[in-house]
Write a protein that binds this ligand. Structure first.
Ligand SMILES: Cc1ncc(COP(=O)(O)O)c(C=O)c1O
Length: 482
């Protein structure tokens, strides 16, 4: 698909859909937003949508669904076993992801649970381009460890490298030699590395990883939750594929993995998840665990209606005019923020815009969670809910010590086809104001810290009265404006 140029020369992402069902939003006064922060322990996961204006927490389960997805939900064949909806999903998985054997699960982390239960044991090491929170938690729960193997470029905020999600092949071989292939149950490649700014890997890099997996006889597992957008980036950025279709690229990538798993909340703009393979041995190793943890093999804990929406959503990932929407809005936001000097991960990736809290809040030590503080501050002054992707999202090591994140990011997710351009401009405007007033933001400390995945339900408090001071400055500058 060609980019659409404007006569004015402006670089504007154009919505290639129309709005037919709307949901009213709430923009509550700043005083209420301050109360909401205290009630929610300064953790944006714990906010109520009644207090949130633009919900940029995640794209998981929040992408807009299409008319065809909603229509398909009406033909759900509700049956505990042998449902025809599953047959349709199986066909969609084979057509889009090229794998014949499908095991449905209720969401992405359920696949991570089953894969880790089947393959990870004490002493296992799982090399990956980068971890995702739930993937790592399941591996460590089963006694394993992870090794993150990115190139140095991936950790540079300001870069023009097109594939910062590439796995470092030299390090991969070193790690395999050092730990022994026998202790490596699988290599995990994550499409569009969520935690380092939604950065894709190239097909060439995946080929190199595959070659290494073959050389040492190790399984290759692909986390395809964000594969659609990764494939779109390959189409745009990897010369070899500039004339390919989305379908061709997707199949080339999945074809290299022994096992593919995904969160359908992301990949197919529905709910649910799945694991698929062409390898009967792998299928059998995982199959037994699905009825135990998820549900029968033809629904895997997913509502049958969602299975129908998932099948249609998978086909829709092949449509460039749909898949380009989120990345083009992210690019617009990233470039607008960058033009104002706000440090943001470049090049623009997928999933969302990622603001570098380590620079914006350089005056807040990592021990006081700059990314969490920035997320709280942005919510306070705008009602925009982003997500902390920094040290709060990290887990403590086996001795209980804090492990500080490589990057302290405020992620502003841009789910597919949800926001309009004026809403994106509002985010840009408020972030701009916050950046000019950044020294008013202070640190946070934990008051309640759950032992696992602490970022979800953890409670924090500000280390000083900085929220009140930030609110006072907002009122000074914006008067009665919400
Ligand atoms: C790359 C990646 N893998 C796995 C998951 C887990 O999926 P779910 O939230 O459906 O459990 C996510 C969710 O955000 C993700 O981004």
């Amino acid at each position: 698909m060609q980019d659409i140029k404007f006569y004015s020369g402006e670089n504007i992402p154009l919505e290639l859909h129309k709005v037919r069902i709307v949901q009213k939003l709430n923009l509550v006064p700043i005083e209420r937003r301050l109360e909401a922060l205290y009630e929610g322990g300064f953790n944006t996961f714990r906010l109520s949508t009644m207090d949130v204006f633009l919900d940029m927490l995640t794209d998981s389960g929040t992408n807009a669904m299409s008319d065809n997805q909603l229509a398909a939900m009406m033909q759900a064949d509700d049956a505990y076993a042998g449902s025809q909806s599953f047959v349709r999903l199986q066909k969609a998985v084979e057509d889009v992801l090229g794998k014949k054997l499908l095991l449905p699960v209720h969401q992405g982390r359920a696949a991570e649970n089953i894969i880790s239960l089947a393959y990870v044991k004490k002493g296992s090491l799982v090399p990956m381009n980068y971890h995702f929170t739930t993937a790592m938690a399941h591996i460590t729960q089963n006694g394993g460890k992870i090794a993150e193997l990115l190139y140095d470029e991936a950790y540079k905020i300001n870069s023009d490298h097109p594939f910062k999600g590439n796995m470092n092949i030299e390090k991969l071989e070193e790690v395999i030699k050092h730990h022994g292939a026998n202790n490596i149950p699988f290599i995990r490649m994550e499409a569009s590395t969520n935690l380092i700014g939604g950065q894709p890997f190239s097909v060439q890099n995946l080929r190199d990883v595959r070659a290494m997996a073959d050389k040492y006889g190790i399984r290759l597992v692909l986390d395809a939750s964000l594969l659609g957008e990764n494939a779109y980036m390959v189409l745009k950025r990897e010369a070899e594929f500039k004339d390919s279709t989305m379908g061709e690229i997707l199949k080339i990538m999945t074809g290299m993995a022994d096992l593919v798993y995904f969160s359908a909340r992301k990949l197919s703009s529905s709910r649910g998840g799945g694991m698929c393979t062409d390898n009967m041995t792998i299928y059998k190793e995982l199959e037994a665990l699905v009825p135990l943890y998820e549900g029968f093999l033809t629904y895997g804990g997913i509502s049958i209606r969602e299975i129908e929406a998932m099948a249609v959503g998978l086909y829709e990932t092949l449509d460039e005019s749909m898949i380009c929407q989120s990345p083009s809005f992210i690019k617009y936001l990233v470039e607008a923020l960058d033009a104002k000097g706000i440090p943001v991960i470049k090049p623009a990736g997928v999933l969302g815009a990622h603001v570098d809290a380590m620079q914006v809040c350089a005056h807040i030590p990592q021990t006081e969670y700059p990314a969490g503080a920035l997320a709280a501050a942005l919510f306070l002054i705008s009602g925009v809910r982003g997500m902390e992707r920094g040290s709060i999202s990290n887990q403590r090591d086996e001795y209980g010590n804090e492990t500080y994140a490589d990057m302290e990011l405020l992620r502003l997710a841009v789910p597919r086809r949800v926001f309009t351009l004026s809403q994106i401009k509002y985010v840009e405007d408020r972030l701009n104001w916050l950046y000019d007033n950044r020294l008013l933001i202070g640190g946070l400390r934990f008051v309640y810290e759950p032992p696992v995945l602490r970022f979800f339900m953890g409670g924090l408090e500000p280390t000083t009265d900085w929220p009140q001071k930030l609110m006072a400055k907002f009122k000074e500058d914006f008067g009665e404006s919400l």
